[in-house]
Design a protein around this ligand. Structure first.
Ligand code: SF4
Length: 288
């Protein structure tokens, strides 16, 4: 009797339907507070709008993959970092909610007097965990990196803290070398990485320390950005009309958007700006 195998989507359909159930039980309603992830610069305000307004939509395989990778790697990393209490709920003005992970760090030493001093010196850090399928190393100039950084900066502003850690897990640590670009896209070469050590071996985890001083003028710039994005999303939700919401700046994201048909981005003129207010020397990279 031979071994019988056949490609079968039954299991993926079960995952899809369970994800839908999970999503529906956690789904954000029109009147719920706006989350930081809804308004991040670089993400789509229209998508945040449709996710609340449209009751039933089909999840793509990408949605399932992103959910599984994001949830599992965050749980493992939070455990490893010994954060214990997990997410903290914070509010900004009337309508914005944030749930950052908080890490308390103190120097480890057993002397009792020193321990008391250490407790007073204990420092709270916001930690933002990200999981990416990106083949290239994300650098501070990369839009994806900037999106991750933005979320951490928003948390620093909302919490009033001045330091945070961005922890990026690369789901793929294959080394790719860029070859050329043409009208079809970018071409890469993936050399064998077995037995490579040192600088040739790409790490799966990278962490970045981010400092935003409490009296920095940049806090006000980012607060204005947050207020503006919260206010246009709230106005659209209240009026159940997305007309004033811009489409996403990076339009390639629309191809995989579950709301493509509802949104019909080709008919939308308003577009988010690609210009980042944090460019022009506002970010200094000390080491990378
Ligand atoms: S189709 Fe594009 S512009 Fe419309 S909601 Fe989706 S990502 Fe945003």
């Amino acid at each position: 009797m031979p071994i019988l195998i056949s490609k079968d989507s039954t299991f993926i359909n079960i995952l899809r339907s369970n994800l839908k159930e999970h999503y529906n039980s956690h789904r954000r309603n029109i009147d719920d507070k706006i989350h930081v992830s809804d308004i991040l610069w670089g993400s789509c305000l229209r998508k945040a709008y449709y996710a609340r307004v449209i009751k039933d939509y089909e999840f793509t395989d990408d949605d399932i993959d992103n959910f599984v990778r994001g949830e599992s790697s965050e749980h493992v990393l939070v455990d490893l970092a010994d954060i214990g209490v997990g997410q903290h709920e914070l509010f900004f003005e009337d309508d914005l909610i944030a749930r950052p992970d908080l890490l308390s760090v103190s120097p480890s030493d057993s002397n009792e007097q020193q321990q008391q001093q250490q407790q007073q010196q204990q420092k709270n850090l916001i930690v933002e965990f990200k999981d990416t399928k990106s083949f290239e190393r994300l650098t501070p100039e990369n839009p994806k990196f900037k999106g991750y950084l933005r979320q951490l900066l928003y948390y620093l502003i909302i919490s009033g803290f001045d330091a945070g850690v961005l922890c990026i897990r690369y789901a793929s640590n294959r080394k790719l070398q860029w070859i050329k670009r043409d009208e079809k896209g970018d071409y890469f070469f993936s050399p064998l990485v077995n037995n490579e050590t040192g600088e040739n071996k790409l790490p799966e985890l990278e962490t970045w320390t981010v400092i935003l001083e409490k009296d920095s003028d940049i806090r006000e710039l980012l607060k204005d950005e947050i207020r503006m994005r919260v206010s246009i999303l709230r106005a659209a939700l209240n009026s159940k009309n997305p007309l004033e919401l811009p489409k996403v700046a990076e339009e390639w994201k629309c191809i995989r958007c579950p709301f493509l048909k509802n949104c019909n981005p080709l008919t939308i003129e308003k577009k988010d700006s690609k210009k980042d207010i944090l460019d022009d020397g506002k970010i200094i990279v000390l080491s990378s």
